[in-house]
Design a protein around this ligand. Sequence first.
Ligand SMILES: Cc1cc2nc3c(=O)[nH]c(=O)nc-3n(C[C@H](O)[C@H](O)[C@H](O)COP(=O)(O)O)c2cc1C
Length: 182
Amino acid sequence: MNIMIIAGSNHKAATSTRLAEYVRDVIAAEGHQVTLFDLYRKPLPFYSPDGEYGSTEAIKELQQGMHAADAVILATPEYHSGISGVLKNALDHLGQDHFRGKAVLSMSSAGGSVGVSSLTQLQTIVRNLHGINSPEWISIGGAQRNWFSEPHTDNEGAGGEILERIKRVTRSFLDLAVRVRG
Ligand SMILES: Cc1cc2nc3c(=O)[nH]c(=O)nc-3n(C[C@H](O)[C@H](O)[C@H](O)COP(=O)(O)O)c2cc1C
């Protein structure tokens, strides 16, 4: 399977992006091809229905990557009980052709204990784009974000239960992706 992850933060040290990197590594370890598109490193211009800002290399790369993907993961920070502006803008550059019939996993990082509002918004958007929402989602909130505050290459010790949940939900999402594409 070819999985595309969109990291939807405009923050250099975003915990949602660290979460996306962790999930990328879990997917690669399961033997799948995976691409992480980080909207901080590859910013997109504001979407304009008039095409006023043109089509940049980053937009083309995202659209081509999404066309090639068998399944998609969306990661967002929880901002004002919603998704980030940069992720919404990226999704406005995409459409049903990029999502139709593909399993989609939503993930969020929140200051509060659970980022339910952003996750619910993402599932509504995915439904509108004719994607197939994974029954489970991944939320890191409050102190659960601590482990993701820095890049980790090995020691999972301090990650505890949340890392186990992330691995379990990611594998369950991959099972769904294989079933719907199979
Ligand atoms: C503009 C803004 C709005 C926020 N709104 C919320 C919110 O409504 N609920 C919440 O739990 N946390 C809120 N937070 C805290 C972020 O969700 C938290 O810092 C999260 O870890 C950010 O994700 P990141 O590390 O990927 O940047 C907000 C932070 C910012 C900067």
